[in-house]
Design a binder for this molecule. Structure first.
Ligand code: ZN
Length: 444
C-alpha cells in the first residue's frame, strides 16, 4: 500500500505542465476532410513512453495520421483491462481572436494557454505524467492499462479510433471499460457548491440530409410544387418541434442526486414528474442535464437554387440530430412525420448512443477518487450531449466513462472553453488531475 500513500512525485507535477504546453505547441489542427497531421504529437508521446520503458506501437491508416497504443501490464492477471484514451488532434483556432497565440502553449500566471489546453492535450499530458511517475517509482497498476492516443477525433475518427477498432482490435484484448475526456472537471453552479460531473453515456449522432423535390420552372409563374417552399416548411417544422422529455437511467440518476443536493423534495421516478419545473429549480446546475432530457434536431445548412427567377427542381437541407440512448426509433418516426410527403430524409452520418452503468464498481471508484482529493465536491453522473471516441471503442465491447479530473477555480467557465476562444487550464487543476488519475488508475 506504500504506493497509495506516496502519490505522484514532484517530477510528475512538473512534467504535466511541460507536456501540456509542448503538445499545444505542436499544431495538430484538424480541418476535417483529412487535412491534419498528428504524427509529430504522436512521436512526442511515443518517445516519452519508450523512455519510461513502456513500449509504444505507432499505427497509421493514412500517412501522418498517427495513433499511439501501449499496454502496461497489471499485477492481477485475472482482472479485465482498462482503456485510457485521448485524442491528439484539435479544432482550428484563429489567432486574431485570442489573447495569446493559440499554439504558443504559454504558461502565464499559473495558467497554461492554447488550443487543446481543455480539449484534450491536458488529459493526454496528465496520463503521460502519471505512467512515467509509476516507472520511476516501480509502481504497477492492478489491471492491465491500455493507453491509446488517437488521431482524427475532431472529424470522422476514420483515421483514429475507428481505424483502431476496425483493424487493431487485438491491441485492446481484455479491455472492458475505458475512461477519456469530458467529465470530472469541477463545475460551480452556485457559490459554495462544487459538482464533478462524470460522463456515463453519450447521445447518438443522427445527421440528416433532407431533399425536397418539386417542379422546376420560371420564377414568375404559378408553381404549387416549389421545392424551396416544401423544404422550408419541413425545416421550419423540425426547428420548432418540441421533443418529449424521456429520462434515461443516467439522466434520472443525475436529477435524483441534484434534487437531493439542492434540498428539492421530488421523486424522479414519479411518472408525472414535471422535469421542466425541476430544471427551473436547479438553476445553473440544470446545464448538466438540460440537453440530454430529450432528442434534438437543429437545422444547420440549406442548399437550393442558382438564379432568382428560376425555381429549382430540388432543394437540400442538413439537420444536426442527436438521439438519447433508446431514442433512435422515436427520432426516425418523428422525422417521417415532420418532413411530410414531399420531402425525403436520409442519414448523412450516424453514430450510436452510449449508456454506461452508474451503479457499477467502476463508477464507485471514479467517484471515490475525486472525493478523496476534494472532500467538498459532489460527483454527479451525466450524459454527454455529443460524442467522443468512446463510440468507436464501444464496438469492442468497451464501456466508456468521461473522466478527465480537474479542480478549477469557481470563476472559470470551463464548459465554454471547449472549442472556444482562449482555451486555458490552471496548473493547479492539472496537478489535481494527476493526483486523482494516479490514485484511480493504480487501484482501478
Ligand atoms: Zn475532445
Amino acid at each position: 500500500m506504500a504506493e497509495e500513500v506516496r502519490g505522484p512525485d514532484t517530477t510528475a507535477l512538473d512534467e504535466v505542465v511541460t507536456f501540456t504546453s509542448e503538445l499545444i505547441r505542436i499544431d495538430t489542427t484538424n480541418h476535417g476532410d483529412g487535412e491534419c497531421r498528428e504524427r509529430p504529437a504522436a512521436e512526442y508521446v511515443a518517445e516519452r513512453l519508450a523512455a519510461a520503458g513502456i513500449e509504444p506501437t505507432l499505427l497509421e491508416r493514412t500517412p501522418g495520421r498517427t495513433n499511439v497504443v501501449a499496454r502496461i501490464p497489471g499485477t492481477d492477471p485475472s482482472a479485465d483491462a482498462l482503456l485510457v484514451h485521448g485524442h491528439l488532434d484539435v479544432v482550428p483556432a484563429d489567432p486574431a481572436e485570442w489573447t495569446v497565440h493559440p499554439f504558443s502553449g504559454e504558461v502565464r500566471d499559473g495558467v497554461v494557454w492554447g488550443r487543446g489546453a481543455v480539449d484534450m492535450k491536458n488529459m493526454d499530458a496528465m496520463v503521460l505524467a502519471v505512467v512515467r511517475s509509476w516507472a520511476r517509482q516501480g509502481v504497477r497498476p492492478r489491471r492491465d492499462i491500455v493507453l491509446a492516443y488517437t488521431a482524427d477525433e475532431e472529424a470522422s475518427a476514420e483515421d483514429g479510433s475507428g481505424f483502431l477498432a476496425d483493424r487493431h482490435a487485438a491491441l485492446f484484448a481484455g479491455c472492458t471499460e475505458g475512461i477519456s475526456e469530458s467529465g470530472a472537471f469541477s463545475f460551480h453552479p452556485q457559490p459554495g457548491t462544487t459538482l464533478y460531473p462524470i460522463a456515463a453515456g453519450e447521445r447518438g449522432t443522427a445527421w440528416l440530409k433532407l431533399t425536397a423535390h418539386g417542379r422546376a420552372g420560371h420564377g414568375s409563374k404559378v408553381n404549387t410544387a416549389n421545392a424551396v417552399t416544401r423544404l422550408a416548411s419541413a425545416v421550419a417544422r423540425i426547428g420548432a418541434h418540441t421533443w418529449p422529455v424521456r429520462l434515461t437511467t443516467t439522466v434520472r440518476a443525475a436529477l435524483t442526486e441534484l434534487a437531493a443536493l439542492y434540498g428539492i423534495d421530488i421523486d424522479t421516478n414519479d411518472r408525472d414528474l414535471d422535469v421542466e419545473l425541476l430544471l427551473d429549480k436547479l438553476g445553473p446546475a440544470a446545464a448538466l442535464v438540460e440537453a440530454t432530457v430529450r432528442n434534438s434536431a437543429n437545422p444547420t445548412m440549406l442548399k437550393a437554387g442558382y438564379k432568382v427567377n428560376v425555381i429549382p427542381g430540388q432543394a437540400v437541407a442538413y439537420i444536426d440530430g442527436r438521439t438519447l440512448p433508446g431514442g433512435e426509433e422515436e427520432f426516425a418516426t418523428t422525422m417521417d412525420a415532420l418532413t411530410g410527403p414531399d420531402v425525403d430524409w436520409e442519414y448523412h452520418h450516424r453514430e450510436v448512443s452510449l449508456e454506461a452503468p452508474v451503479d457499477s464498481p467502476t463508477f464507485a471508484k471514479l467517484r471515490a477518487a475525486v472525493e478523496r482529493f476534494d472532500p467538498d465536491g459532489h460527483v454527479v453522473p451525466f450524459t454527454m450531449s455529443g460524442g467522443t471516441d468512446a463510440k468507436q471503442f464501444s464496438r469492442l465491447g468497451i464501456t466508456g466513462y468521461g473522466f478527465s479530473p480537474l479542480r478549477l477555480p469557481p470563476g472559470l467557465d470551463y464548459g465554454a472553453l471547449f472549442h472556444g476562444v482562449d482555451e486555458r487550464v490552471p496548473v493547479d487543476a492539472l496537478h489535481f488531475g494527476v493526483r486523482v488519475l494516479d490514485h484511480y488508475l493504480k487501484s482501478a
